[in-house]
Design a protein around this ligand. Structure first.
Ligand SMILES: C[S@@+](CC[C@H](N)C(=O)[O-])C[C@H]1O[C@@H](n2cnc3c(N)ncnc32)[C@H](O)[C@@H]1O
Length: 195
């Protein structure tokens, strides 16, 4: 049984499963942020599926550039940014372009450090509030399936609703584009301390 079938946050390891999930969840008008596009093999799939949408693909490897130029030549809806996804400036650049996305796809490498992968996911998802997220990472998959809990805190979106805007970098918060209903900096924190 697939316990993630109804979840808007998918965690996968196998690249085939990653691409199968992409096939299932991407819609024609989706705005997609792909972190770790490498030479664009999955970007091409995303670009076909979101034919009336937009794909912002990011990678910091030297070999990504020339391949992604070819992807951009083939697909008008793809934009490649050669940058480090861990940097707030990169998120800021993307935020200025799209403000929000429908799908956040994170593949920094299946065996990449789960702590860094989670932090990148948390900050980007907290800021761009994706409806859906897919993360390819072995350590996070192991953690999700190995952990047990008696409590249920579950988000209906691709970002962690229980954390509100907690992951948004302070500099980006200055843009004040967030819903005041969700983001009450300080108020929620003080309330939690009293509880
Ligand atoms: C396994 S490859 C991605 C494969 C691609 N998603 C696909 O489906 O074909 C992982 C990519 O993540 C990139 N990457 C790793 N850390 C990164 C970072 N901090 N910022 C941007 N890209 C990063 C690597 O350069 C590499 O190209």
């Amino acid at each position: 049984m697939n316990r993630y079938v109804d979840s808007m946050i998918k965690i996968v390891y196998d690249i085939k499963v990653y691409r199968e999930n992409i096939q299932q969840i991407v819609q024609k008008n989706d705005v997609v942020v792909e972190l770790g596009c490498h030479i664009g093999n999955s970007t091409r799939i995303l670009a076909e599926l979101a034919s009336d949408g937009r794909i912002i693909a990011i990678d910091n490897s030297p070999e990504a550039g020339s391949s992604m130029e070819m992807v951009m030549a083939d697909y008008h809806n793809v934009e490649f940014i050669n940058a480090d996804a861990r940097l707030h400036e990169t998120l800021e650049e993307v935020f200025q372009k799209i403000k929000k996305c429908d799908l956040l796809s994170v593949d920094l490498g299946g065996g990449y450090h789960p702590d860094t992968t989670f932090k990148v996911y948390f900050i980007w998802a907290s800021t761009l509030k994706p409806e859906k997220t897919i993360i390819r990472n072995r350590g996070l998959l192991d953690f999700a399936l190995s952990a047990e809990t008696q409590e249920v805190i579950k988000s209906q979106k691709g970002w962690l609703e229980s954390s509100g805007d907690a992951g948004i970098p302070p500099r980006l918060k200055e843009f004040k584009h967030w819903s005041q209903k969700i983001y009450q900096e300080g108020v929620d924190d003080r309330k939690e301390n009293k509880d």
